[in-house]
Design a protein around this ligand. Structure first.
Ligand SMILES: NC(=O)c1ccc[n+]([C@@H]2O[C@H](COP(=O)([O-])OP(=O)(O)OC[C@H]3O[C@@H](n4cnc5c(N)ncnc54)[C@H](O)[C@@H]3O)[C@@H](O)[C@H]2O)c1
Length: 414
């Protein structure tokens, strides 16, 4: 059976290594972070993921600081953007460099990192061919994008459909045969550049459609009608599915990946760039709305409910909450409260809202579905609510004396 070396042991590399180990493969994981390597060798996972610790303890793998001889290399290093929104490929390049001495006849090299179109062919291929062997002829080079969602990774690793984009058609087929050991979904083969672009288009689709939903909200605020009702009714059309408005886009993929397309094809990707930029303005629009409904932009005490980028997770990466907090904090006091995030979960929602002028619901965590509005009204200084997710029990809030405002309807333009 083949020996697999997974390069980059983060949110993607560890579950991938465990999946292969659980199917009987000899797996070695490598990472440049010593604490990650030590932790794994002490049988402690450096990341949290539902069910992963149990599977890892049953099928542990050895971790090292350097790659070792193997039949398959799977590169899962990070691909962040820099301040100009351009991708930083330094980890992909150094990981590719690190495996050059080990590439031999029939080695399979797979890039799982999310990368701009053409990266496998134009950047990774020249690096790995420094081995003296030809990709597609002597060894295989494939891009296999990852589309799992944190919190449900083990299920999605097994059940999602997958794409194998080969530098050569044979490489894609060899990779497909390998992943079949744990992938129950369909595996499609194509070219590396098509696979890279398909992956990026998935998150681009979401980003552009969130921008549209936020624009529907602005239009309806202007028209003094309710965007949530407009969207609900429009979605009764059998071929329409408008997403929901909100306080902005967060997470490590949706606001990041579309920039890879813009970087590569700036003249063509104008709609995508506009959607990205429009979504980036949304948190500041929320701040303006807070000032509008509070009749002031200074000296307020505001409680922001929810610090994560989406509901019912503890992931705060790129969350719009922090953009809103930074803008408000210049002239106002801001309290952050999130029962899912340990740094912001002290006390109760009523403690967090004590003496506040405005409570802003930014994330529809299930814990915010049964607020005692009578108790909340007694603890706040001014009973004002801004609901950015259409999640507050409006009737109950109003019955207890709250002035209730919802983004996407005329109420915020008072
Ligand atoms: N996390 C997700 O949910 C997700 C989903 C889909 C795609 N992706 C993509 O997968 C890739 C990995 O994401 P992640 O969340 O696992 O990142 P991560 O930051 O959690 O892990 C990356 C790991 O790579 C290590 N690393 C960096 N350079 C290295 C090198 N030269 N050699 C060995 N190790 C090295 C880092 O120390 C780190 O532990 C990214 O391109 C990301 O966009 C992530």
């Amino acid at each position: 059976m083949k020996k697999i070396c997974v390069v980059g042991l983060g949110y993607i590399g560890i579950p991938t290594a465990v999946m292969f180990a659980s199917k009987g493969y000899e797996v070695i994981g490598t990472d440049i972070r010593k604490n990650v390597v030590d932790s794994l060798n002490n049988l402690k996972l450096p990341i949290e993921e539902k069910g992963l610790d149990t599977l890892f303890l049953k099928h542990p793998f050895t971790a090292k600081l350097q790659p070792v001889i193997a039949d398959v290399y799977i590169i899962c290093v990070g691909t962040p953007t820099n301040q100009n929104k351009n991708v930083n490929l330094s980890a992909v390049k150094s990981a590719s460099n690190s495996i050059i001495p080990y590439i031999k006849k029939d080695t399979l090299v797979i890039i799982e990192s999310t990368i701009p179109p053409g990266t496998t062919k134009d950047i990774v291929l020249p690096i790995v061919e420094q081995s003296g062997l030809k990709a597609g002829k002597d060894f295989y080079l494939v891009h296999s994008p990852e589309r799992v969602i944190p919190g449900n990774m083990l299920f999605e690793l097994a059940n999602n459909d997958r794409i194998m984009g080969g530098i050569s058609p044979k490489g894609a087929i060899v990779a497909k045969e390998l992943y079949k050991c744990f992938v129950k979904g369909k595996i499609y083969t194509t070219t590396a550049t098509t696979a890279e672009t398909a992956k990026l288009m998935e998150n681009t689709f979401r980003n552009v459609n969130i921008a549209l939903a936020n624009e529907v909200a602005s239009i309806c605020e202007q028209l003094k009608i309710n965007a949530w009702e407009v969207i609900e009714l429009a979605n009764k059309h059998p071929r329409v599915n408008i997403l929901q408005p909100g306080p902005g886009v967060g997470g490590h993929c949706i606001p990041v990946d579309p920039w890879f397309i813009v970087e590569k094809t700036p003249k063509q990707a104008t709609l995508i760039k506009q959607a990205l930029e429009q979504n980036e303005l949304v948190p500041n629009n929320v701040v303006s709305k807070i000032y509008n409904i509070a009749n002031s932009s200074k000296g307020l005490k505001v409680c922001l409910l929810g610090c994560t980028y989406k509901a019912n997770t503890d992931d705060i990466r790129e969350s719009p909450t922090f953009v809103i907090k930074d803008a408000l904090s210049k002239d106002n006091q801001v309290v952050l409260y999130d029962p899912n995030v340990s740094n912001y979960s002290n006390g109760s929602i009523y403690d967090a809202c004590k003496d506040c002028d405005v409570m802003v619901l930014l994330v529809n965590h299930q814990q915010f579905s049964n607020i005692d509005y009578f108790k909340l009204a007694t603890t706040m200084k001014n009973s004002i609510i801004l609901d950015c997710k259409n999640f507050i029990e409006k009737e109950k809030a109003i019955k207890n004396g709250f002035a209730y405002y919802l983004i996407g309807d005329g109420s915020v333009n008072k």
